[in-house]
Write a protein that binds this ligand. Structure first.
Ligand SMILES: [Zn+2]
Ligand SMILES: [Zn+2]
Length: 260
């Protein structure tokens, strides 16, 4: 089976030092593509460099400024980031959004950082990777016709059924992490059960969000099959069929050629 981890952070300090071993373990687990996601400028540069250095593992970079880092990068669309985003291998702009759970950056700064990046993504015709936590009211208010991206994913989804419905109406994807395996996440499983499989992506968000039975430990892309397995179980599908369909979802979403 061919798995894709659509969202991970091997460029994070927790994984970077043993990147080659992390990618080897991923490949051994059948994870043949991985989206390497940026959180600020330095981290985005690293995502691109890592994807070049370890090209044989099927990495693809995504660049942008995370709401946590908005306060350190008030100029979220610095010229270096704009230039980086135009590198041919960069598949999307992200992760960007609002995080009112941690509030590491002031909310107004998070919002202006998000708006500036949405404008840039639109100008460059880029797919968008969203991070939204406890902030959907403000998030949807910001989604004016001018700013709403045509292609986007709500990564590490933990919103409501209404949020998921709204994303589907826009033609966006919903990304599920190991959170969906947590005992406390029944509401999330109910939402996943009702979604069309075509709208779903599976991800680790490693080094965070390790699925059961590894909850609380450092996560890695090699654990993404556990997320697929849970999706198949929830939706009462054969694992092979679910994995095949989600592979197709990813190929189309990130703009890969079928045999890439
Ligand atoms: Zn995130
Ligand atoms: Zn992330």
């Amino acid at each position: 089976m061919k798995y894709i981890d659509s969202h991970c952070h091997p460029n994070n300090a927790d994984l970077r030092g043993e990147a080659a071993a992390v990618f080897e373990r991923a490949r051994a687990a059948g994870v043949l593509k991985m989206g390497v996601i940026g959180s600020d400028l330095a981290d985005s540069i690293e995502a691109v460099e890592m994807s070049r250095t370890y090209a044989e593992y099927g990495l693809f970079p995504v660049v942008g400024v995370h709401p946590h880092e908005a306060r350190t990068m008030p100029d979220a669309v610095a010229p270096e980031l704009l230039e980086l985003a135009q590198s041919p291998e960069v598949r999307a702009w992200g992760e960007i959004g609002l995080d009112y759970f941690y509030d590491f950056s002031p909310r107004e700064v998070q919002q202006s950082c998000l708006i500036a990046q949405l404008e840039a993504a639109k100008a460059l015709n880029k797919t968008v990777v969203f991070h939204v936590r406890d902030a959907y009211d403000d998030f949807w208010k910001l989604m004016t016709p001018d700013l709403t991206p045509e292609h986007a994913v709500l990564h590490c989804f933990n919103g409501s059924a209404a949020d998921a419905k709204r994303a589907l109406e826009l033609g966006w994807k919903i990304g599920f992490t190991g959170m969906i395996t947590f005992k406390s996440a029944q509401a999330l499983r109910d939402i996943a059960a009702a979604l069309p499989l075509e709208s779903i992506l599976c991800e680790t968000d490693s080094p965070y969000m390790a699925p059961v039975p590894f909850r609380g430990t450092r996560n890695e892309p090699c654990n993404v099959p556990l997320v697929y397995r849970k999706i198949a179980e929830i939706k009462d599908l054969d694992l092979d069929d679910a994995v095949d369909q989600i592979w197709k979802n990813n190929m189309e979403f990130w703009g890969f050629e079928v045999n890439e």
